[in-house]
Ligand binder design. Structure first.
Ligand SMILES: [Zn+2]
Ligand SMILES: [Zn+2]
Length: 364
């Protein structure tokens, strides 16, 4: 079973399945497809089910999967507070159900650096016009003093005796289906195959240190709320010659007091007086390009939408192609009339009713 299939489908559950339903479905499927089950066992299907369960049983991973699919999970993220949370290697098989310990590939080869995630809040107009933002990210890099080995410079690394330098240990355990060979990361050397005898004083033998980096983020014009920008190679440094991870910047747009964005259009509300609705004329209205003149046609009704072409949101990265500004007109009926206004309105009412007696009914 390929991992491109929908994870919910793999477990035979709906997208809103509860944690209990997920667990139950996993147990059923795992029993059926476990490689030791001679009738229906399939290693490939079993692996797929395990992977699906690993993701869907973890609320954080499930959330990322729901939003970004497997792509989002193949990378690891870091919160904007600089706290890293990795998702491990999806190709590992392990099962909480069979009481096995999580296995890891021995980390003796080059390792790709972790991806980092940064949530960036920008203003409404910054999203429309594009902007440059300076952000500070925290990332792990190889310790400069020991160059990532974790050993005090000049000291030597010894081959781990527990695993003979392999970085992994094998154990045969009894399970529901018989003997299961379990491969786990060597606990003595954490999979490195080597033991640091004299730890580096700068990193306490970890081989890595946390560094703050300032990065200029160029936000393109027309960006939408929730958009994800990716900078290849700007994530954490790789280990043992591995490539660096990527940096993901997730855009959040603050609301504006006047403007509302609807796709590529900008919506504003404009109140006009009763008299101007009848007479029409030019009125100054706000726009994302500053104050502009809008022509109100004589006799405009409340609720009418007037279009101001080209004053909307530009297409992503293309200032030349813009949406429109849509002005929602509200005609305000005057209240609290002065004696003078009252007199004028009475005259006006008389004229209008005489002109159109059937339509407006009889007032007295
Ligand atoms: Zn060090
Ligand atoms: Zn070891």
């Amino acid at each position: 079973m390929a991992m491109t299939k929908d994870l919910y489908e793999m477990l035979g559950i709906s997208r809103d399945a509860t944690e209990d339903e997920i667990k139950k479905a996993f147990r059923q499927q795992a029993r059926k497809y476990h490689p030791d089950n001679k009738e229906t066992g399939s290693e490939e299907v079993f692996k797929g089910i395990n992977q699906a369960y690993e993701i869907l049983s973890d609320p954080q991973k499930r959330n990322i999967y729901d939003q970004y699919g497997l792509k989002g999970l193949q990378n690891s993220y870091s919160g904007s507070d600089g706290q890293n949370f990795g998702f491990g290697d999806l190709s590992d098989i392990f099962s909480q159900f069979f009481g096995e310990t999580r296995t890891h590939r021995p980390s003796t080869g080059p390792e790709r650096g972790l991806d980092l995630r940064y949530d960036l809040q920008i203003d409404f107009l910054e999203a429309i016009n594009g902007c440059n933002k300076q952000i500070t990210i925290q990332s792990h890099e190889d310790c400069k003093l020991c160059k990532g080995s974790g050993a005090k410079p000049g000291s030597t690394l010894k081959t781990c005796r527990s695993c003979n330098g392999l970085g992994e240990v094998r154990r045969v355990t009894e399970s529901f289906f018989g003997h299961v060979t379990q491969i786990t990361t060597c606990p003595s050397c954490q999979g490195n195959g080597k033991i640091v005898e004299q730890p580096c004083s700068d990193c306490n033998g970890k081989g890595q240190e946390l560094v703050k980096k300032s990065i200029e983020v160029k936000v393109p014009c027309g960006i939408d709320d929730g958009a994800r920008l990716r900078w290849g190679g700007k994530g954490e440094a790789g280990r043992k010659g591995g490539p660096p991870g990527d940096l993901y910047v997730i855009i959040g747009i603050r609301e504006h007091e006047v403007f509302i964005r609807e796709g590529q259009n900008v919506i504003i509300e404009q109140a006009i007086s009763f008299a101007h609705a009848a007479l029409g004329g030019n009125v100054k209205v706000p726009s994302i390009e500053g104050e502009k003149t809008l022509n109100i046609p004589a006799g405009v009704q409340s609720g009418v939408i007037l279009k101001m072409p080209g004053l909307g949101v530009p297409k992503l990265n293309n200032l030349a192609r813009k949406g429109d500004q849509l002005v929602h007109i509200t005609v305000e009926t005057p209240t609290k009339l002065s004696a003078e206004e009252k007199k004028i309105f009475e005259q006006l009412a008389k004229i209008q009713e005489e002109k159109n007696p059937k339509k407006f009914g009889f007032f007295n």
